[in-house]
Design a protein around this ligand. Structure first.
Ligand SMILES: Cc1cc2nc3c(=O)[nH]c(=O)nc-3n(C[C@H](O)[C@H](O)[C@H](O)COP(=O)(O)OP(=O)(O)OC[C@H]3O[C@@H](n4cnc5c(N)ncnc54)[C@H](O)[C@@H]3O)c2cc1C
Length: 453
């Protein structure tokens, strides 16, 4: 079997794995980033926007690598930067395809070795330490030896296969947030849509969601090219009464894209789904694709501005919101998050509200975060496997705290800290859990991370 030896092996190149790989390579480490897809960026390539670079008081709480990435997008017209949103605090559009190009540019500049079209297929653990992993693509397997392994798979596949403890979904019911297959519609007339909302303000979500400031209205959609629309519950209710509602949820969500006349529709919902199970994934992909024409018909027939919309693209795979979280040296609780605690070993701040879509029925559970909270370093270090770190959404947080920490920009700044910490651990010849967090925070601040507001 072919063998690769490297300092740090990152499995999964979503916002978490991508930033970890670039930052560790910039610190002079030999880094291999492996992904099963044909591009890097994970959900960054879906048309989803960054949310809550700003907290509820409009203070920027996420900087560093995530801000650098937005600057790169803006420089090529692939984002308009941060814009105020009465609901999401701030929105920052991400062009689904430029995002991938910029990921490759930054990986090349940093000197990261990349291996695509390869899925993790085996993990060898001796004395609670990963000695090697095997990745396989096109019938060929490659063994990878590394000093530190980083789980950036989103689903915690590496930690799971290494035998680390994990939690999945809600601690009691094990229900996970539902997935959504994102698709883009072109040919949308935004002025006509804003006129419709002006005439039908009841379609705004003020009576179904608790945390929306004033100003989420027709004028906002007419004048803000970085908007996310969330609402239309009356329309869905009407259609449901007639047996014509195309989706099991109470609101539609679409996101204006930095592409003329285009929106990304984040509305499909599959209930009772498990994104870490291939049978469930298969069923979910099929059901999700079959929902697209029904949702399109609803938009065309009932939403002015969408009469002439057409299917512009479908994301590369169903978007899985929640699966496993690997248990770390520390686990962030939602109580600490809601209290706005910023422990001394915080490696990133988060100011987004707790946002839990119901995976077993209708509704969304939300809790406002009045003060940003800190994510302790220990949430990124596996408790049971000494050379395993987690980045992105599979870090060690509880189910409700996850509702806030899962954001892509959050995953990026967590990844930045993991890249630095893994590099420091290798330099010092120590395990990740023994990294000097004071020194790590100093390095992060030098890299323009935001650790206090
Ligand atoms: C429907 C939906 C809507 C969302 N809305 C928003 C939003 O508006 N704004 C926001 O900021 N966040 C949003 N999120 C959350 C956010 O997208 C994710 O939490 C975030 O992308 C997680 O980053 P990650 O790096 O952990 O994983 P991902 O982005 O999921 O990337 C994981 C990567 O690992 C690779 N991979 C997975 N398993 C393996 C394996 N076994 N072997 C090799 N490679 C593997 C995948 O190909 C992928 O590239 C949303 C998520 C979903 C699903």
């Amino acid at each position: 079997m072919e063998k690769i030896t490297t300092d740090i092996c990152v499995i999964g190149g979503g916002p978490g794995g991508f930033s970890t790989a670039v930052v560790a390579a910039r610190m002079g480490k030999k880094v291999l980033l492996v992904d099963r897809a044909g591009f890097i960026g994970g959900q960054l390539g879906s048309g989803l926007p960054f949310l809550a670079f700003w907290d509820i008081k409009k203070r920027q709480v996420i900087g560093g690598f995530a801000q650098e990435y937005v600057d790169r997008l803006e420089a090529v017209g692939a984002s308009y930067g941060h814009a105020y949103c009465p609901h999401h605090q701030s929105t920052t559009l991400v062009h689904p395809f430029y995002s991938r190009i910029i990921c490759f540019q930054m990986l090349e500049e940093a000197g990261v070795d990349v291996l695509l079209h390869c899925e993790l297929t085996d993990v060898t653990v001796e004395n609670e330490k990963i000695t090697s992993v095997v990745v396989t693509g096109k019938g060929t397997s490659i063994e990878i030896d590394a000093k530190i392994f980083v789980d950036g798979t989103g689903d915690g596949d590496l930690g799971f296969m290494a035998g680390a403890a994990y939690e999945k979904g809600n601690e009691k019911t094990h229900v996970m947030q539902p997935p959504t297959l994102m698709f883009n519609l072109g040919g949308v007339d935004f002025d006509e849509f804003a006129d419709f909302i002006a005439q039908h303000p009841e379609e705004l979500p003020y009576d179904v969601l608790p945390n929306i400031a004033e100003g989420y209205n027709a004028e906002f959609f007419r004048t803000n090219k970085s908007f996310i629309f969330l609402g239309m519950h009356h329309l869905l209710e009407e259609l449901r009464k007639k047996g014509e509602c195309p989706v099991d949820r109470e609101t539609v969500i679409f996101i204006r894209q930095p592409i003329p006349g285009e929106v990304m529709v984040n509305t499909i919902r599959i209930l009772n789904f498990d994104g870490s199970d291939v049978r469930s994934l298969t069923k979910g992909e099929i059901n999700a694709h079959l929902q697209i024409p029904k949702i399109m018909k609803m938009f065309r027939d009932h939403v002015p501005g969408f009469e002439n919309c057409y299917l512009a693209s479908i994301n590369s795979a169903i978007g899985v919101r929640e699966t496993r979280r690997i248990v770390g040296e520390k686990m962030l609780s939602h109580e600490d998050a809601i209290a706005g605690l910023k422990p001394e070993d915080s490696i990133a701040l988060c100011g987004y509200f707790i946002d839990v879509h119901n995976g077993a029925g209708q509704g969304t559970y939300r809790v406002v975060i009045k003060e940003p909270f800190g994510i302790p370093y220990g949430c990124t270090v596996a408790r049971d496997v000494s050379n395993l770190m987690m980045t992105g959404r599979c870090i060690s947080v509880d189910h409700l705290a996850f509702g806030a920490t899962r954001l892509m920009n959050e995953c990026m700044v967590i990844g930045q800290a993991v890249g630095d910490a893994a590099s420091m651990a290798i330099d010092a010849g120590i395990a990740p859990k023994d990294v000097d967090v004071k020194q790590l925070r100093k390095t992060l601040l030098e890299q323009k991370a935001i650790l206090r507001v």
